[in-house]
Write a protein that binds this ligand. Sequence first.
Ligand code: SAJ
Length: 444
Amino acid sequence: MQLKLSKYPLKYNQESLLNFSTISVIGLGYIGLPTACTFATHGKTVYGIDTNQQVIDTLRNGGLHIHEPGLRSLVQSALASGRLHLCETPQEADAFIIAVPTPFDEYKHADLRAVISACKAIIPVLHQGNLVVLESTSPPGTTYQIVKPILENSGLKCGEDFLLAYVPERVLPGQIIKELVENARVIGGYDHVSSQAGCDLYKTFVQGEIFITDATTAEMVKLMENTFRDVNIALANEFSRISCRFGVNVWEAISIANRHPRVNILNPGPGVGGHCIGVDPWFLVEAATDITPLIQSARHVNDTQPRFVVDLVNEATKHLTERKIGILGLSYKANVDDLRESPSLEVARLLITEGVQVFAYEPHQPFFNMEGMVNSSNLDALLQEANLILLLVPHATFKNIKPTEIMIKTNARIVIDATSTWNATDWKAAGFQFFRLGDGKNNP
Ligand code: SAJ
């Protein structure tokens, strides 16, 4: 189907749902795969494209290369509908969605190589009337200054021959399937017609509100959301350090402060991980280094929080001649298997560098290996080795651990909870020395 640009009204109007019947989704990762499947289960013919042959082969063989609750059955429904086709290269379609990774490089600069090659791969199949959408988190200006000129190498002109929009993904890993449908979306069009077309496309399944703006504003919205979270987590982490100095339990202080109607302090912890919150603020720093001191400081605080955890471990174990630390949780946050930029791994690395023996149990990654660390395949194996238990990730499976049962299985008598998940009274009653990150009332 070729879309006729003249069909678009000037103002977005919910009645004017245009029929994008075929969609090429480029990148079948945490965002692209659920997006492609959701379009397919909502009646669209979808080409799901990934340059990684292993990803395509795994999916074709009925497997899944990523862990996300509900994703397996969503992929199965999409494939069973006969409307999801897995391909190695972009296919002709009414709309193209680019959902490829934008990591940072060693200088903390955005690495846009995957976006650039996705745009180049679209050129041979780009036709008049098509809509191209970029979903990948990108520095301000990427849509206008990088995506548009590459696509125009096709000989087609943006805004006249094809439409272009930036539509950031905003879903929370662990709740992607639900949030994809329910969350509000921002559509940043190259021009108004592009925004209109973007709305028409996402209205296929989005139940949340849809906001229209320009592409650069939409890029900023996405970066501001994650930077807001990073800066606020940094504040909570800094409060945890100050609390220790003044003999205050930061968790108690936060819960009382948060009773104020206009205060909502986030949780301190071992640091910020994942591929979003610790990365995206750097895109703003790169774009405007001279006017982003606050963002840079926040990044520094969060990046050094694993050191704060290790200092607490050192304090708690200074009387021990041999230190065998049993880490519970390696992923970047609770109930996910994702290890990218995980603060737990940084804690483990720092401990290993200090000559400590490190054991770890990560229920979602039982076969993960890191030099110098023993990854125990189950909790009991870790308990047999460790003389200190360090909780770094509050996975659901760790929440209900009973201190009295642990006491029987381990020689460890020191427990450190870096996430304020466990009840201090229960652990102490069972005979453990119990410390909590940021608890200056109780810590050594
Ligand atoms: N964390 C804390 N304290 C808190 C909250 C989080 O230390 O109070 C830590 C977590 O343990 C984790 C890190 O921060 O290490 C990030 O976790 P998260 O749950 O805050 O965020 P992500 O990275 O899983 O997902 C974020 C989400 N952004 C926002 O909530 C503003 C998600 O909506 C985005 O789609 C995603 O980034 C993304 O892809 O950009």
